[in-house]
Design a protein around this ligand. Structure first.
Ligand SMILES: *[C@@H]1O[C@H](CO)[C@@H](O)[C@H](O)[C@H]1NC(C)=O
Length: 215
């Protein structure tokens, strides 16, 4: 097909370029998310370009055809990847048929391209708050991974192990404990707040000093 030819030609060109360095390696989910962003930008650009308003019946018919046409899809796909973005070009080449399928058949039923394409079809992303090959909930639950106090490894991707990397104030596997130098200002089963401003009752060593000062 038209698109296949364009993209294949493009990949041929790319084969002559050196392999990308691993320093710039990003996850397939990042690649997919960026690609979908560019798709939306392409939709926007092509709609500006082609809808002037105040059209005759003939124009309206032609334009509404354009709106869902292969021509428009090709224009959008041409601009999906920067020429230097190897991962993006490979992804488009590999999954061009699915993108076409979405465009012609799935778009109405599944308007969210990222969800349909990146999460459910090519399975490189997960819903946020989940990770890994099967999109399992992060530690602390998918609603508030790491209890809102850290970042879940692989969050939103098919990678990672769901473990928490806590913000500076927090520690422990669930980011519910206070790190050294931080003190709890409130906690229950699902929420924990730590801050540099200590509450005397949590800091036995300093309690004496503070109570002496206050007397
Ligand atoms: C825990 O604390 C948070 C924040 O103060 C509150 O919104 C939540 O309802 C509390 N949960 C329980 C089970 O008490």
């Amino acid at each position: 097909m038209f698109i296949a030819a364009a993209v294949s030609f493009y990949l041929l060109l790319m084969l002559h370029c050196p392999a990308p360095s691993s320093a710039t390696e990003k996850s397939p989910c990042d690649t997919c998310t960026k690609l979908v962003d560019r798709f939306h930008k392409g939709l926007e650009d092509t709609s500006k370009k082609n809808f002037g308003g105040g059209n005759t019946a003939w124009e309206e018919k032609t334009l509404s055809k354009y709106e869902t046409s292969e021509i428009r899809l090709v224009e959008i796909i041409e601009n999906l990847c920067d020429s230097s973005d190897f991962e993006c070009n490979v992804m488009v080449e590999e999954h061009e048929e699915q993108i076409e399928k979405w465009w012609f058949k799935m778009r109405k039923k599944y308007p969210d391209l990222r969800k349909w394409f990146c999460i459910e079809t090519i399975e490189v992303c997960c819903p946020s708050g989940t990770y890994g090959p099967d999109c399992v909930a992060c530690l602390g639950g998918a609603e508030r991974p790491c209890h809102g106090n850290g970042f879940c490894s692989g969050d939103g991707t098919r990678l990672g192990d769901g473990s928490c990397r806590c913000k500076a104030e927090y520690t422990g596997p669930f980011c519910l404990e206070c790190a050294d130098g931080y003190f709890s200002t409130g906690r229950n089963d699902t929420h924990s707040f730590c801050s540099v401003n200590q509450k005397p009752q949590f800091v036995p060593r300093i309690t004496q000093y503070i109570s002496l000062n206050r007397k």
